[in-house]
Design a protein around this ligand. Sequence first.
Ligand SMILES: Cc1cc2nc3c(=O)[nH]c(=O)nc-3n(C[C@H](O)[C@H](O)[C@H](O)COP(=O)(O)OP(=O)(O)OC[C@H]3O[C@@H](n4cnc5c(N)ncnc54)[C@H](O)[C@@H]3O)c2cc1C
Length: 410
Amino acid sequence: MSRSETTVIVVGAGPAGASLAYLLASRGIPVTLLERHHDFSREFRGEVLLPSGFEALREMGLHNIVTTIPHVVPTAFELYANGRPVFQVPFNADTFGSSPLTALSQPAFLKAIIERTRTLPHFRVELGVTVNELLRADGHVTGVALRGPSGDQTLHSDLVVGADGRNSIVRRACNLQAHKHGIDFDIVWFKTPLPEYIGDQAPFRAYFGRRHLLIAYPSADGFLQTAWIIHKGTYGELRRRGISEWIEEMAHHVTPDLATHLRAHKGSLTNPFLLSTVSDRVTHWSAPGALVIGDAAHTMSPVGAQGINIALRDVVVAANHLVPVLRQPRASQRIAAATEAIEHERTPELALMQRFQSIPPRLVMGHTVWAAAFRTMIPRLLQFEMVRRRAAATALPTFLFGHGDVRLQV
Ligand SMILES: Cc1cc2nc3c(=O)[nH]c(=O)nc-3n(C[C@H](O)[C@H](O)[C@H](O)COP(=O)(O)OP(=O)(O)OC[C@H]3O[C@@H](n4cnc5c(N)ncnc54)[C@H](O)[C@@H]3O)c2cc1C
């Protein structure tokens, strides 16, 4: 069965797809958003909103959503090396201004965006619908083939936007090739109850030493979210050794308060799962009639928690170029120029960010003499305020605020 036309089909209701659908529909562009899941209660996904992502949300007029959903604003960043404190940076109202670093619930965030978008006349969302294939005519993508509750169907549009994440069907169907960046670590994520030592604070802690890294922060759903960074491919061995043994290994790297907490909860780790890390970027973001954004265009390494933030910044730029074109009749002729402009504008930030993301793992976990020297020296050096300031002036502003301004112009 063939379905009625829409101007834009957005495949995937993650942060990129949901917010792009909102922006387009709120500017009067007919949009159909297709999501394969029946709801938004997905497994753990990136949930740290940085000032760069917060600003992008503000540009879209969606920033008020954050205060209406479960969220935590970290009160400090604390760094530990080999179990000892190196430094602490308290966050206050002035640290990030009106765009604070925030841990939020991604399912609640997506649900709130969709609820707001549902009120718009040009918007339709279909959940529980999987896009299997792209439709083509004369070398142009003209729509999608999908499977949903009513069976197999086709849906036509002027533009298909693939916001369908790291295993994007749109990327594959358009044969968009990607540069892969070698990453030699994976992450084991798990949650434990909030430890008592936190009190009424919400510290974001990072522990490094002996070629390991562990990150722990209070999550929006009232747990301690912990990321244990392991060498790629070693998860199987870790599982064979059993939870008790790897909790012991972690306990050796952290402070006594967290070590006691981990040991006390080793029998009840909530939702432990392996995130197999990937970092790549397509060489072209579009094919005639189709565009990819967010993870579908560039799966981000988890370093610096960039995933949601970069995706939201893609959306602002995509809307700037697409809205004026899609408002005009016979848009398809000008869509190609718009999608190329999006790629052109987003590539410098992506290239820089992915380069910066590749550095910390090499230093923290690398086998080279330089990496070993770094690990020995850095805890001592970082005790000096001047060194910290110099270090903070390099990649940190880019990680937090992004590279360049991203402003909504439509
Ligand atoms: C398991 C996992 C853990 C992650 N952990 C982190 C982290 O710790 N830190 C971090 O910064 N980032 C993390 N990320 C990445 C981060 O979540 C994304 O960068 C962010 O969500 C922005 O992504 P997006 O909207 O482009 O894609 P996604 O959030 O991946 O959304 C894509 C959407 O498309 C839907 N979809 C996919 N295929 C189809 C199809 N064929 N038909 C219909 N719908 C489809 C999916 O169900 C999904 O809802 C993680 C991602 C994953 C998958």
